[in-house]
Ligand binder design. Sequence first.
Ligand SMILES: O=C(O)CCC(=O)C(=O)O
Ligand SMILES: [Fe+2]
Length: 402
Amino acid sequence: MGRVQKAGSECKGVGSKRSTSIDKGDCASKKQKNSISNALESNEDQNRMAEEEAEVLSEGGGQSEEVEYQVIELEGTEYLVDTEECLVFHQHQQSLASAAESNDSDVDDNMQLVGRWDAQLQQVIFLEDDIDHGADELNGAEAPTPSEDARGLLTAEALSAFQEDGICILDDVVPAAVVQQVQAELESLAEAENVMRLTGQEDYGVRGDRILWLATSGSQGGGEKEEALEKEKKEEEKEKEQEAEEEDDDDDEEEDGAVAPAACQRVIQLLQGLAYELNQWKPSLELRVPSRCMAACYEEGAGFRAHRDNTYENDNEWVNPREVTALFYPNREWSIKHGGCLRCYVGAHLEDVNGESATKIRDIDPIGGRVVLFRSRQILHEVLPSFRRRLALTMWMLNPKL
Ligand SMILES: O=C(O)CCC(=O)C(=O)O
Ligand SMILES: [Fe+2]
C-alpha cells in the first residue's frame, strides 16, 4: 500500500466545484476485463480466476450504488472527490468534466485513485508509492536463488492451499533462536528514535504501523558484501547523526532505509528461497526478488484497514509489480488475546474493497516463526487492531511482466 504524502503548496486551493453522481454499480468495462486477463495471461489458474472475475464484473456486481462526486480543479487538472469517503480520483484520457456532466456511467473505468481530500486543510493528500513509484521496485530486483532454509517448506499441501485459496501458511520456518534474534533486532529498530516511521496514512485511519525499508544484500550476496554494506551504513549513520546535531530536522517525508541486520537477513534469504521454490513449481511465474524488504511495527491499538497490495487501474496496468506477498512474523508467545490477526478475504471479487463477496475469511495470528504467502493482486486483507506490539517482515515477490 502506498505512502500518503502531503501535497506541496502547489496542490492547495480549490478551483471550480460542482457535484455529480455516478452509478458505481456498473464498473466493469471491456477495458477492465482485458486488463485483468492480459496481466494474468501467463498463469493458467490465474487466468481461470480472471475469467471468473470478469464474469462477475460483467454482471455489474449485482448492485448499483449512487455516489456523490465533487469536481475540484488543481493546477489545471480536474479531480473527482467521492464526497462520502473523501477519495480523490484522477481521470485519464477523456475529459473528466465532460464525462461527469454527461452522467456517463462508464466514468469509473477511467478513474484512478490518487489520494484523499482533507476537508480541514482544503487540500489533496496524494497517495504516492503505489501509483508513481510502484514500478521502481523492479529496479535492482534479481532472479531468486535457492536457500537451505526454504528447501522443502512448500509441501504439496501448502502449494495446493496456495493454488486453491491464494494463501499458504508455513510454521516454524527457522529455529526458535533465529525467531528470537529477529524479534530482538526489530525491537531495537522499533525502540530507536526516528528510525521506524509512520506512513502518513495513520491520520486517515488506514494504517497505524511504523515501517522501515531494509536493504537486502541480494540472494547471492556473501558475508563480505554484507559486512561492506554494514560498514558503509555505519559511516553514513555517523555522518547523519552529526548533521542532525547541527540542524533541527523535522522533515518527516524523507524516505529512510537501513541494511537488514543479520537474523533479518537470514529470514529475507529464506523468503527469497521461497520465491525460487515457487518458480520451480510454476516456471511461468518468473518471480524476482526486490532489493529491499519492509519491517513493520504495530504498536498497541494499531491496525491496517482492508486493502490489496496490488490493484489494477484502467490503462491495462497494475499499480506495481507485486505478485506474491511474503510475510514473516517474529512475535514469540503471541496468543489470540493479543488481536492483530491478518484477516484474509478469500475469494473476494477484485472490485470488492470490504470483503462482502468473500467465500471464506481466514484469520491468521502473527505468531513467531510463521511465514504467510498470498497473492498480492488477489487477496483482500487487513490487520486487525493489535493489543501488543506486533512485528513483521514483508517481502514482495515481483512479476517482471507487470
Ligand atoms: O503484517 C501483516 O500481517 C500484513 C501487513 C500488510 O498488509 C501490508 O503491509 O501491506
Ligand atoms: Fe498488505
